[in-house]
Design a protein around this ligand. Structure first.
Ligand code: PLP
Length: 405
């Protein structure tokens, strides 16, 4: 299953499968076989593959200008920032090339805010167990996953991790050095865990009462994934800083850190930078995604698809209760908590020509492109159904053999 003859650094255990093109929710392998894509490049390909509007926008931009650096104005970036701000709580945007970089900007911004507010001693950030914020040293320290930190020297100081959904633990963690609280409204990698609304509200209040900033990591949930443009928008709780990335470029690497004027007040000229961040090609991709996702009816369709998918998954769970323990998630960020190891389900689904991705807490994530239609959902359900049947049979057989020996 693992391809070994490669000069790529082996930090990923890759499936021995390569794709050469894609059409909508379908990926075509080098063997010619068609796979139903329920991974979307890990929540990236929001518009599926080879979306005509994306292809046109990128082709046109590629013929004009790719990169100029941030020493000059970039009208496409000003336009995208303007659109992101008019659609959200934010007043200002810094563009980057990835989620982890957007997190770096958010972490620096929160520290700088406190410093610019006359409280330079405040630099610590409260984070949550099971979180994922990226793989740079600061984002990893925020993530706090021991497995990812092991062997990389002392983790960057300044992060206090507390159990998820435990308000008393958050209160205890807040001290004279605390600058901010950082959370994903839906924990993606951590197992598709939706943060309960009362908890989010309580975090907002704690921040307001203590002069802290609230940072939402919407790198996975943002840009339509949950059926709203951003997940926070159906919670009624607004952050001070928000990171986004994944779906923003629809497959082109783009990340962004959004903030209010107040939260960003320390980030003056010279305090932060990026050579590539916000280049015209990336901004053309971002604007093309926004054209489609904010078009009338698009997010309503996402909500409808999500409802259909959720109902059908609930039916599957009832019929395959020995395989699926729980269906959870928000919008088209769905998770199946499995009875057998989640990796077995991912393998079985791949055998059914459907690709998914595992997450923490023994969950299989279902992340279809947002453009999926009902017919494609029905096809996915049929494949999940067959995979569940096979897994149930395999486990029943294994249990029988165990009894027999
Ligand atoms: C993917 C992800 C990141 C990291 O993004 P990269 O582009 O891989 O650096 C951070 N936070 C969340 C919630 C993510 O899902």
């Amino acid at each position: 299953m693992i391809a070994v003859t490669s000069h790529l650094l082996p930090t990923y255990s890759r499936a021995d499968l390569a794709f050469e093109r894609g059409e909508g929710v379908w990926l075509v392998a080098t063997t010619g076989e068609r796979y139903l894509d329920f991974t979307s490049g890990v929540a990236v390909n929001a518009l599926g593959h080879a979306h005509p509007h994306m292809v046109k926008a990128l082709t046109e931009q590629a013929q004009k200008l790719w990169h100029v650096s941030n020493l000059y104005r970039i009208p496409e970036g000003e336009k995208l920032a303007d659109r992101l701000c008019s659609a959200t709580f934010a007043d200002t945007v810094f563009f980057q090339n990835s989620g982890a970089e957007a997190m770096e900007c958010a972490i620096k911004m929160a520290r700088k805010y406190q410093s610019a507010s006359g409280k330079p001693e405040r630099y610590r950030i409260v984070t949550f167990e099971g979180a994922f914020h990226g793989r740079t040293l600061a984002a990893l320290a925020a993530t706090g996953n021991k497995k990812y930190l092991d062997g990389f020297g002392p983790p960057m100081p300044g992060f206090d991790q507390v159990p998820f959904n435990d308000l008393d633990a958050v209160k205890k963690a807040i001290g004279p050095e605390t600058a901010a609280i950082l959370i994903e409204p839906v924990m993606g990698e951590g197992g598709v865990r939706v943060v309960p609304l009362p908890f989010l509200r309580a975090l907002r209040k704690l921040c307001d009462d203590n002069g802290l900033l609230l940072i939402f990591d919407e790198i996975q949930t943002g840009v339509g994934r949950t059926g709203d443009l951003f997940a926070y928008q159906h919670t009624g709780v607004e952050p001070d800083i928000m990171t986004i990335a994944k779906a923003l470029g629809g497959g082109f690497p783009v990340g962004a850190c959004l903030a209010t004027t107040e939260a960003s007040k320390g980030m003056t000229a010279g305090t932060h930078g990026s050579t590539f961040g916000g280049n015209p090609l990336a901004m053309a991709a971002g604007n093309a995604v926004m054209d489609v996702v904010t078009a009338k009816g698009f997010l309503d369709n996402v909500k409808n698809s999500a409802l259909v998918l959720k109902q059908k998954l609930a039916e599957l769970k009832d019929r395959h209760s020995s395989v699926i323990a729980e269906v959870r998630g928000d919008g088209l960020l769905m998770g199946l908590r499995m009875v057998p190891p989640a990796a077995e389900m991912v393998d079985e689904l791949r055998a059914e020509k459907m690709i998914t991705v595992a997450a923490g807490d023994n969950v299989v994530r279902l992340l279809p492109p947002l453009v999926i239609n009902e017919e494609e959902i029905a096809e996915a359900i049929a494949r999940i159904d067959r995979a569940c049947t096979t897994l149930a049979q395999n486990h029943a057989r294994a249990a029988k053999e165990k009894v027999a020996t």
